[in-house]
Write a protein that binds this ligand. Structure first.
Ligand SMILES: Cc1cc2nc3c(=O)[nH]c(=O)nc-3n(C[C@H](O)[C@H](O)[C@H](O)COP(=O)(O)O)c2cc1C
Length: 189
């Protein structure tokens, strides 16, 4: 009987300890934002995977004027904006950026750099002292110049090692994200 009682107590202790741990982890992540821009959905899907692993809030950066759904027209629009270093107006805004310390920032590689709505986003908020973690979907050019472009626009932020994903990332996406999150110290080893 005594053995049974101590076994039950041990089980109760184990489950309450894991409950407390899970909730502590959740609270720790309240300071994280996963913000992304995506044209054809790959970055959006990567953002959702990251968000499902780290928690916090997720936010889509959307320009007021949507890019053409035609690939070649979009290529031209994006090239023109990059050459002009345009700052397209944004339709969506983060209500209270002060509550976030860590911002995952996702975008497709466009012309070997960031799409210009990312520049508009970075200039809209005071991100000094915050940590930015870039992630990018690409068609072969990996991160291109995108991380240095972000560093130039946010010189007062700490920038952690970025993740580049080939198009959708395929079947290994979730695992690749998990390995990267551990490497940069966001989740435990
Ligand atoms: C306007 C535009 C420019 C692009 N430029 C590049 C590039 O320079 N290098 C590259 O590897 N992929 C380039 N791509 C391919 C995208 O990075 C790739 O398709 C990505 O998966 C798209 O992500 P999304 O679905 O989140 O929009 C370009 C795509 C578009 C539409």
């Amino acid at each position: 009987m005594i053995k049974l009682i101590s076994l039950i107590s041990m089980i109760i202790f184990f489950f309450s300890a894991s409950y407390v741990q899970a909730n502590e982890n959740k609270e720790d992540r309240g300071n994280m934002l996963v913000a992304y821009f995506s044209w054809s959905g790959n970055t959006r899907n990567i953002a959702k995977e990251i968000h499902s692993l780290v928690g916090g809030d997720i936010f889509e950066i959307e320009p007021v004027k949507a890019y053409s759904s035609d690939y070649n027209t979009c290529l031209d629009e994006a090239k023109r904006e990059q050459q002009a270093q345009a700052r397209p107006a944004l339709k969506t805004h983060v209500t209270d950026m002060t509550k976030y310390d860590v911002i995952f920032l996702g975008y497709p590689n466009w012309w070997a750099s960031i799409p210009m709505p990312i520049a508009s986003f970075l200039e809209e908020y005071d991100l000094s002292g915050k940590t930015i973690i870039p992630f990018s979907s690409h068609g072969g050019g990996r991160l291109g110049q995108s991380v240095s472009a972000i560093a130039k626009l946010s010189p007062q932020s700490k920038i952690l090692e970025a993740l580049s994903v080939h198009y959708s990332g395929g079947r290994s996406l979730r695992n690749d994200i998990s390995v990267w999150l551990k490497k940069i110290g966001i989740t435990e080893k």
